[in-house]
Design a protein around this ligand. Structure first.
Ligand SMILES: [Zn+2]
Length: 439
């Protein structure tokens, strides 16, 4: 089994900025054309920059290499294999920093919430396409038992929605290029936004990357704290608004957070080889990335390739699983390298927050098909009542929740298509939101 990170850290030169896709990607591109699958458009840059970032950081911070090796050993030792048996679900606090130049890049709260919803499906095996995992792989599909919440307290303990916004003068602020090697997006003084304590928050920066890359992430122990986290281009974050086909279903963040929890690409390194793999035993060895939406099965290195894994490069609609082995690796990374994210209280606000009608709650997705999620903002000190009315005033759904509930799911699958109003009240707050139910 080849050690991909040893390879990365042994690299003597950084890849040039305008990196062309690895030979394997061109190879796959032609195979896909032959097989009729939709290929990812050839761009001047790799879709995911996590590997490139690790290479750059190995050169920028040689002192991290030793720490990383130690961490790797610890993570390997704590890698308890997971079965399908349920465990305690851990909730990861998230802060999203939107750094925009154009107003279009200043994506809506709803688009951000739609991403949180996708993460809470993909990492819980609740994704709508979980039933499309091919039968040979289905026994390995994992409920990772990670959930994600937007932080409700900032590092100083103040109430927050877990979203920061800043307008910048810089185009492609999410690019890795910067003066003195520091990516601008991570530094307020360079036009970006400073991280919130990376030990306690998963920092996700939203910024235009340009050049065809969708996102980037830091593997555990490969970046200084100020740069630890995930970057996603606003066109590939969430499942509504600016989210752009074929990466319009929020899987870029799912994939990048996989890296953040130490998952490699499903094909291992970018070497176009069957000699390296992703260090996960239940993902078949695969030569290189799959793009587009191939038909099952596809053979690679003598195996049926798991191209529908979240850690491949296939289209969002065609990705459907993490494996139990990947779950083992992510839990090892969480407990060993990122333990500050566990038992964190920044998602449960105990501070009393003034809640105006405009900020009492969010709902998503909108339009909605089968279910509607309510994300309460701030502290709701009494049970909350939600009602859903149509325009004639008829009540279609009603739900009461206990206090301190952050997310509420309402089943709307039996409602006809149309325009509705959702109201929320707890005796002191009364707020209304319109939404559309449609297939
Ligand atoms: Zn990646």
């Amino acid at each position: 089994m080849t050690d991909r990170f040893l390879n990365i850290f042994a690299s003597k030169t950084a890849a040039p900025r305008q990196t062309l896709p690895a030979p394997g990607i061109f190879f796959r591109y032609f195979i896909l054309i032959l097989s009729g699958a939709l290929p990812y458009p050839i761009t001047a840059q790799l879709p995911c920059m996590a590997g490139l970032l690790a290479e750059r950081n190995a050169i920028r911070f040689p002192e991290l290499a030793q720490e990383r090796q130690l961490l790797r050993k610890q993570m390997a030792q704590s890698g308890i294999p997971y079965t399908s048996a349920p465990r305690t679900v851990v909730t990861i606090p998230v802060v999203v920093h939107v750094v925009f130049k154009t107003e279009q890049e200043n994506i809506s709260d709803e688009q951000i919430l739609s991403q949180i919803a996708v993460l809470n499906q993909d990492f819980r095996k609740l994704n709508a396409n979980a039933n499309t995992v091919p039968p040979p792989f289905a026994p390995f599909a994992a409920d990772v038992e990670f959930e994600f919440c937007l932080a409700r307290r900032d590092p100083s303990g103040q109430p927050t929605y877990g979203i920061t916004r800043r307008q910048t003068d810089w185009s492609n602020i999410g690019d890795l290029t910067a003066p003195d090697g520091r990516p601008r997006i991570h530094y307020a003084e360079l036009g970006g936004t400073d991280a919130w304590e990376p030990e306690r928050y998963l920092n996700i920066w939203i910024g235009s990357i340009g050049g065809g890359a969708l996102g980037s992430a830091s593997f555990p122990g490969t970046a200084p704290p100020e740069e630890d986290g995930v970057i996603v281009d606003p066109r590939y974050f969430g499942a509504i608004g600016l989210a752009t086909f074929p990466h319009h279903l929020g899987r870029t963040a799912t994939h990048e957070i996989g890296h953040y929890f130490n998952l490699n690409h499903i094909w291992g390194g970018d070497s176009n080889s069957c000699d390296d793999d992703d260090e996960v035993s239940d993902t078949p060895v695969q030569r290189s990335a799959y793009l587009g939406c191939p038909a099952f099965p596809q053979m690679s290195c003598g195996n049926s390739a798991m191209f529908m894994n979240f850690m491949d490069y296939t289209d969002d609609a065609c990705m459907s699983l993490f494996t139990l082995g990947q779950k083992t690796r992510m839990w090892a990374a969480l407990t060993t390298a990122r333990p500050g994210l566990i038992s964190n209280t920044v998602c449960t606000s105990t501070a009393v927050q003034e809640t105006s009608e405009n900020t009492a709650f969010y709902l998503y997705p909108n339009p909605a098909q089968h279910e509607l999620w309510f994300q309460l903002v701030g502290h709701c000190s009494a049970p909350v009542q939600i009602n859903i009315y149509d325009v004639s005033g008829k009540i279609w759904a009603t739900q009461k929740t206990l206090d301190n509930t952050a997310s509420i799911r309402v089943d709307i699958s039996a409602m006809p298509n149309g325009f509705y109003l959702a109201t929320l009240t707890n005796g002191t707050i009364y707020a209304v939101r319109p939404f559309v139910r449609s297939f």
